[in-house]
Design a protein around this ligand. Structure first.
Ligand code: ADP
Length: 261
C-alpha cells in the first residue's frame, strides 16, 4: 500500500514536464516516509534494550529472585542513564534538524578545549589500556558554542578510545589553518572499511563488528557531532585504514560567520 502515485502517458510538452515534476515529488515523499518509518523503528529498538533490562531486574526483585542491593541499584542507574543519554541525543538531533538548536557562542581557546576533552576521557582510556594524549599549544582562539563543541569533540574521542584495542594510542591535536581551526582525533584502532566510510555519520548506523561487540553505543554519536559542527558553520570528515586506525577531523571557522544566520 506504500506505492507512490505515478502519472504516465501524458507525452511531451508542458503537461509532460508537469507529470515528471509530480513524479519526482511523489518519489521524494515516498523516500521521506520510508526514512521516517525506519527512524521510528530504530529508536524503538535502541530504547528497548536498556528499558528491558530495567523492567527485567525490577520484576526479578519483586519476585524475590534478585536482591535490592547497592550493586543492583548501580546497574539499574546505569541503564537509566543510558536511556537518558539516548533521549538527549534524539532531542539534540531533532532540534538540529528543525533549526531550533540553541547555540551560545563565545570565545573558545581550542587548546584548552582539547585539554578538557582529553581529561574527561582519561579514566575511560586508562581502564582500557589506551594511551590518550592532547597535542595542542595555545592560545588558539575561535568563536563557538563551547558546550556544543566540547560535545562534538568528546564523541570523537570517546569513539577513538572505544574502537582502539589495548596498547593503542589516541592523539587529539589542534592547529590553525588559515581562517579555520582544525581539530584532529587520530587513533591506532580497528579502522573503518572503504565501504563503511560513507555511512559512519548516518543515524543509527554501526559497522557490523561494532553491533556484535559490546561497545555500548547507539549509533547516534557521529550523527550528532556532524549536526553540532554544521550548526556552527564547520565541517567533519574522516579518513581510515582498516586494521591501522582512523582520523576524524573537525574544521571550524575562526570567526563567528554562523551568528548572522
Ligand atoms: P556508536 O554509538 O555505535 O559508536 P557512532 O555514531 O559514534 O555510534 O559511530 C558509528 C559507527 O562508526 C560505530 O558503530 C563504528 O562502527 C564506527 N566508528 C566510529 N568511530 C570509529 C573509530 N574511531 N574507529 C573505528 N570505527 C569507528
Amino acid at each position: 500500500g506504500d506505492r507512490a502515485v505515478r502519472v504516465t502517458g501524458v507525452g511531451k510538452g508542458e503537461l509532460g514536464e508537469l507529470a515528471a515534476a509530480f513524479n519526482t515529488m511523489s518519489q521524494r515523499l515516498e523516500d521521506t516516509e520510508r526514512q521516517r518509518k525506519e527512524m521510528v523503528s530504530d529508536i524503538a529498538h535502541e530504547l528497548r534494550t536498556p528499558l528491558g533490562n530495567i523492567t527485567g531486574w525490577l520484576e526479578a526483585t519483586q519476585d524475590g529472585i534478585a536482591k535490592p542491593d547497592p550493586e543492583l541499584i548501580a546497574m539499574l542507574l546505569r541503564e537509566a542513564f543510558q536511556l537518558e543519554h539516548i533521549v538527549n541525543d534524539l532531542q539534540d538531533l531533532a532540534q538540529a534538524d528543525a533549526g531550533t538548536l540553541r547555540l551560545y557562542p563565545g570565545p573558545v581557546d581550542a587548546a584548552d578545549l582539547v585539554e578538557q576533552v582529553t581529561a574527561a576521557h582519561r579514566t575511560q582510556a586508562e581502564e582500557k589500556g589506551v594511551s590518550l594524549r592532547a597535542d595542542a599549544a595555545g592560545p588558539l582562539e575561535l568563536v563557538a558554542d563551547p558546550t556544543r563543541l566540547h560535545q562534538a569533540l568528546s564523541n570523537l574521542v570517546s569513539n577513538a578510545v572505544r574502537y582502539t584495542p589495548e596498547g593503542g594510542r589516541v592523539t587529539v591535536h589542534t592547529r590553525q589553518e588559515g581562517e579555520h581551526v582544525l581539530f584532529e582525533v587520530a587513533d591506532t584502532g580497528v579502522g573503518i572499511s572503504a565501504e563503511d566510510l560513507p555511512h559512519v555519520f548516518d543515524r543509527f548506523w554501526r559497522a557490523e563488528k561494532s553491533r556484535s561487540r559490546s561497545t555500548g553505543g547507539s549509533g547516534l554519536g557521529l550523527a550528532i557531532t556532524r549536526q553540532l559542527v554544521r550548526a556552527q558553520g564547520g565541517t567533519v570528515s574522516v579518513t581510515s585504514e582498516p586494521g591501522r586506525g582512523s582520523t576524524f577531523r573537525i574544521l571550524m571557522p575562526v570567526g563567528p560567520d554562523f551568528l548572522s544566520e
